[in-house]
Design a protein around this ligand. Structure first.
Ligand code: FAD
Length: 650
C-alpha cells in the first residue's frame, strides 16, 4: 500500500455541499477523493425543504425526475393567528412560490434521500473515490508551488475513525425504524487500502458548521447567537386541523409553530419552546414533550401521533465566515461558511448552490478550459449570497420568535409586514432563482459608464437586446419546440451540467431574408477555422478534456413549418458519429401538446433583430449582445479561456 496518493481534488465532507461538488467532478472527469467521518449518509431529520432552483440544478444532472416524483410539493402557505376568545383564525392562503418563476416548486424530501441520490451519481464514476470513516489530521500548503496550478501543493494526512467512535451518528438515528432510505449505499469504500497522505491540487472544506478545515485556516464563524429554543419533530399526524397538508404558520400567545407537509404522509413541525419545556426536552429527549407544546399552540384543534420519525432541539445562531477562498486553492462551502436557523428552509439549498457555483470552475481550470484566476469569482459571487441569507434569516426569526424578550416584530395573533415580505422573498430571491452575480471576470458589465475593474472582462453586454434578461442571473426557462421533430421541452433541459458553455442564438424571424443573412454571418464567423469556437472545440482538445468547451444553439421565432433544417448553416446541424445532431435548432412556437409554447421572445423581451446569449456551465448569463457582435463574444472568451488565444492553423 502506498503511503501517499495524489488526486486533483480532495473534498472533506460528504454532506449536500460536498456531494454537489463531487457531482461536478464526476461529470467533468476530474480525479477526486471525498472523505467523511460518518459511516453512512444522513438517515433522517435535518433538512427537507428543496427550493425551485435546487430542483433545476438537480435536473441539470438528470436527478430531478426521481426527486420530484418522490417529494411532496408545497404549493400553498397559510398564516394563522389566535383570536381574543382563545380560538385560531386563518388569515391568508397564498401560493407558496411566485407562479411562473420555475418549472419546479418548493418541495420536501429528506436530506438523506438527496444525499443518497447524489452519492449514487458520484459512485457511478471510477475517477471518484469515496472514503467513509475517514478524517483529516493535518494540512499543509506548499507556498513555493502555490501559483503553479498543475502542482499538488496541498498535503493532508488522513486517519480512520471507526463508526462506533463517531459522534455524528446519534442525532441522525430514526426514532422509528422506517426512514424510507435504502441501506445499499450506507457503507462504501472505507479507509482500508488507501494511503495515509493525500496530495491534491485543490481542497474543499464541506465539513459542516464545526469545519475542521476552517479552523486549520484560522478562520471562524462570526455573528450572533440567541437563547430562543425551538423543537423539531417529524410525525405522521392525527389531527382535525384543516390546513395540515399546506405549509402553515400559527402565531398564538403560547408561541409560534410552523409545519411543512412532507413525503410519505409525514409532517415536519417546528415549535417555539418556553425555557422550562426546552429544559425538560434537553433532559429527557422525549418527543412527547414537543408534541404537548404543539397541541397547546394548535388548540382548539387536536393533534396527536402514532408515528414519530425524528425529533431534536436547537437554538438560533446566525454566523458567517467572510473568507471562503484562499490562494485560489483552498475553498470552504455550505454550513462551514454560514449557519442560521432552519426556519427559512435554506441551509441545504444554499450549501449545494455554493458548490454548484464552485465545482465547474475548479474542474474547468483543471481541464485547461479556464484561467486559474477566475477562481476568485467564487468569493466574489457567493459571499454576498451568504450575507443575504443571514440577513433574511434574521428577519424570519424576528417574525417567528414571539417568546423572545422585547421582540415586538413577533406579536402573537398577527404577522408583521416585514415577516410577510421575508416569507415571499424566501421562495423567490433566496431560493436561488433571483441570485444575480455582479460583473467580474465571468460576468460582463452592462454599462460603459463606470470604469471596468481590473478583473472584469473587457467587453460590454448590450442589455437592450433582451429587456427582460439580466446578465449575471440564471437563465429563465420556457418551452421551446424542436425544429426537426416538434418535441417540446424546457430551454434549460437542452443545456445540462456538462461543463460546456452554451451560446444561444435567438435568430428572430429567419424566414425573412435579411434576418437569415445576419444569422448566417454569425454562423460563418463561428465556423471559420480561425474562430475562437473552432480553437476551443478542436477535436484534439475535446478528446483530451472529454467535452466540448462551447455548444451553439439556434432558437428562432419564424413559422417552424416554413423553415428547412437543411437550408441552415452546418454549425446548426453538425455531423457526428451518430449522424446529424438534431438538437441544435429550436422554434419559439406553439407546441402540439403543451399550453405554453410560443412565449419565449415576448417573455425575454427580445426584439425583431434577435440577440445572442452566452451561458456559463451553471446556466448563469455571462454575455448578452447583438447577433453581429462577434468581436465582443470573442474578446470575452479570450479573456477567460487560454485555448481561445492559441495560434490558428496555417
Ligand atoms: P453537513 O450536512 O453538515 O455535512 C458535513 C459533512 O462533513 C458531514 O457528513 C460530516 O460527517 C462531515 N464532516 C464534518 N467534519 C468532518 C471531518 N473532520 N472529517 C470528515 N468529515 C467531516 N436546510 C434546508 O435547506 N432546509 C431545511 O428545511 C432545513 N432544515 C433543517 C432542520 C434541522 C433540524 C437542521 C439541523 C438543519 C436543517 N437544515 C435545513 C440545514 C441543513 O441540514 C444544512 O444546512 C446542510 O446539511 C448543510 O450541508 P453541508 O454539506 O454544508 O454540511
Amino acid at each position: 500500500m502506498e503511503d501517499t496518493v495524489r488526486t486533483d481534488v480532495l473534498i472533506v465532507g460528504a454532506g449536500p455541499a460536498g456531494l454537489m461538488a463531487a457531482a461536478w467532478m464526476a461529470q467533468m472527469g476530474v480525479k477526486t477523493i471525498i472523505i467523511d467521518q460518518r459511516s453512512q449518509q444522513t438517515r433522517c431529520g435535518r433538512a427537507d425543504g428543496l427550493e425551485s432552483r435546487t430542483l433545476e440544478i438537480l435536473d441539470s444532472f438528470g436527478l430531478a425526475d426521481k426527486v420530484w416524483a418522490q417529494a411532496n410539493h408545497t404549493m400553498e402557505i397559510a398564516l394563522w393567528g389566535d383570536t381574543e376568545d382563545g380560538g385560531l383564525q386563518r388569515q391568508s392562503v397564498t401560493a407558496n412560490a411566485k407562479p411562473g418563476w420555475s418549472r419546479f416548486q418548493e418541495s420536501t424530501l429528506s436530506q438523506g434521500q438527496i444525499e443518497e441520490y447524489l452519492m449514487e451519481y458520484v459512485q457511478a464514476q471510477r475517477h471518484i473515490e469515496v472514503k467513509r470513516e475517514t478524517t483529516p489530521t493535518s494540512f499543509e500548503i506548499d507556498h513555493e508551488t502555490i501559483d503553479d496550478h498543475d502542482a499538488f501543493s496541498i498535503r493532508v494526512n488522513l486517519e480512520n475513525v471507526p463508526s462506533n467512535s463517531n459522534s455524528e451518528t446519534p442525532p441522525d438515528s430514526p426514532e422509528s425504524s422506517d426512514s424510507g432510505l435504502s441501506n445499499a449505499l450506507s457503507y462504501d469504500s472505507g479507509y482500508a487500502g488507501m494511503g495515509k497522505t493525500v496530495e491534491a491540487k485543490y481542497i474543499l472544506g464541506c465539513d459542516g458548521a464545526h469545519s475542521w478545515l476552517r479552523k486549520q485556516l484560522g478562520l471562524s464563524l462570526e455573528g450572533e447567537s440567541y437563547d430562543d429554543s425551538w423543537g423539531v419533530v417529524d410525525i405522521i399526524p392525527l389531527t382535525d386541523f384543516p390546513d395540515i397538508r399546506k405549509r402553515f404558520i400559527i402565531k398564538s400567545k403560547h408561541g409560534t409553530l410552523m409545519t411543512i407537509p412532507r413525503e410519505r404522509k409525514l409532517v415536519r413541525i417546528y415549535v417555539e419552546l418556553p425555557p422550562d419545556v426546552a429544559d425538560r426536552y434537553r433532559a429527557e429527549s422525549d418527543p412527547g414533550i414537543l408534541m404537548e407544546q404543539v397541541a397547546i399552540i394548535m388548540q382548539p384543534y387536536t393533534i396527536s401521533t402514532r408515528h414519530v420519525e425524528w425529533s431534536t432541539i436547537y437554538t438560533i445562531n446566525q454566523r458567517i465566515c467572510r473568507k471562503i477562498g484562499i490562494h485560489n486553492r483552498v475553498f470552504l462551502a455550505g454550513d462551514a461558511i454560514h449557519t442560521h436557523s432552519p426556519n427559512a428552509g435554506q441551509g441545504m439549498n444554499v450549501s449545494m448552490q455554493d458548490t454548484f457555483n464552485l465545482g465547474w470552475k475548479i474542474a474547468s481550470v483543471i481541464k485547461g478550459v479556464l484561467h486559474p484566476r477566475i477562481l476568485g469569482t467564487y468569493q466574489q459571487e457567493r459571499l454576498p449570497i451568504a450575507e443575504r441569507l443571514i440577513a433574511l434569516d434574521r428577519r424570519i426569526c424576528k417574525g417567528m420568535c414571539s417568546l423572545r424578550n422585547g421582540n415586538q416584530g413577533a406579536k402573537h395573533g398577527s404577522f408583521d409586514e416585514d415577516h410577510k415580505r421575508a416569507l415571499r422573498e424566501e421562495n423567490s430571491s433566496m431560493s436561488g432563482l433571483a441570485v444575480n452575480y455582479h460583473p467580474n471576470s465571468l460576468v460582463t458589465s452592462t454599462t460603459s459608464d463606470t470604469p471596468v475593474p481590473k478583473d472584469v472582462a473587457d467587453c460590454i453586454s448590450r442589455p437592450f437586446v433582451a429587456t427582460n434578461l439580466q446578465v449575471g442571473m440564471r437563465f429563465p426557462s420556457v418551452i421551446i419546440v424542436n425544429q426537426s421533430d416538434s418535441q417540446a421541452c424546457h430551454l434549460q433541459q437542452i443545456i445540462p451540467s456538462t461543463g460546456q458553455w452554451n451560446l444561444i442564438i435567438f435568430g428572430g424571424d429567419i424566414a425573412r431574408a435579411g434576418q437569415k443573412r445576419r444569422v448566417e454571418g454569425l454562423a460563418d464567423a463561428l465556423d471559420s477555422p480561425y474562430s475562437v469556437f473552432q480553437k476551443l472545440n478542436n477535436p484534439a482538445s475535446v478528446a483530451r478534456r472529454g467535452f466540448p468547451a462551447l455548444g451553439v444553439y439556434l432558437v428562432h421565432c419564424a413559422d417552424r413549418l416554413n423553415i428547412e433544417l437543411n437550408d441552415l448553416p452546418m454549425i446548426f446541424r453538425p455531423w457526428t458519429t451518430e449522424g446529424v445532431d438534431y438538437s441544435r435548432v429550436w422554434a419559439d412556437c406553439e407546441a402540439y401538446h403543451y399550453a405554453d409554447g410560443g412565449k419565449l421572445y415576448s417573455s425575454f423581451g427580445i426584439g425583431d433583430k434577435g440577440c445572442m446569449a452566452l451561458l456559463r456551465p451553471d446556466q448563469h448569463l455571462a454575455f448578452l449582445s447583438d447577433i453581429d457582435d462577434t468581436g465582443g463574444l470573442e474578446r470575452f472568451l479570450q479573456s477567460v479561456m487560454p485555448e481561445a488565444t492559441h495560434k490558428s492553423p496555417e
